[in-house]
Design a binder for this molecule. Sequence first.
Ligand SMILES: [Mg+2]
Length: 259
Amino acid sequence: MNFKAFIFDLDGTIYLGERLIRGADEVVQKLRDGGGRVVFLSNKPLDTREAYAAKLARLGIPAAPEDVINSSFVATRYLLGRMPGARLHVIGEPPFLEELRRAGFATARTPEETDAVVIAFDRTLDYGKLHFAHLAVRRRGAVMIATNPDAFCPADDDELPDAGGTIALLEATTGRRVEVVVGKPSPIMTEAILNHVAVPASACLMVGDRVETDIRMGHDAGMGTALVLTGATTREQAGASDVRADYVLESVRDLLHKI
Ligand SMILES: [Mg+2]
């Protein structure tokens, strides 16, 4: 392996819930000692980059907020470029709402004044939020933008329904399609990474546990790819997929022997 930058997915790759995957800290340290750039990439819009950096540090991997790129950060940047000052209806959790508010976006008070419906992973989802979103799209023609396409999020001995399910529901009820999903495997995410690492895609290795997001994004961008089997994908599923990772590893720890 001869890469200059290493992009690690978080859930299912570096940690599961509050548990660090064994050896993840050693791998990151060894890469950094060798002069590699390390970036952490998450489709999770539940918290800010600061909070994910703090979690990594708590689990034994020192990280700065700039080392973390997540879908709420990329969604906020995308909305600033696409429709600055828009009135939003956000299906999301309080830290994401705060991030959007700080970027100058207002919360729509009625479906009729909503410019965009933003769909994110939301563990406080209820019927009222869905009803509002449905009416905003049907009555006002609000565009739908989503943070991430994941159907579920792996956690320690658990799985949580994710934004992919909410996207499917609202597309079914409104008869409209989501305009963009900014998280992996979107090229919008790739662009944010390449801006940050400042090396060509071919010098990057993308490491993740999901074929349809992590590996597809890395593959489409021209990065090297490594699939780990500690999260959402089994070896059988990896073999059956139409996108093949360059490396299939039992765990991120196995990178120690390859670098
Ligand atoms: Mg993952």
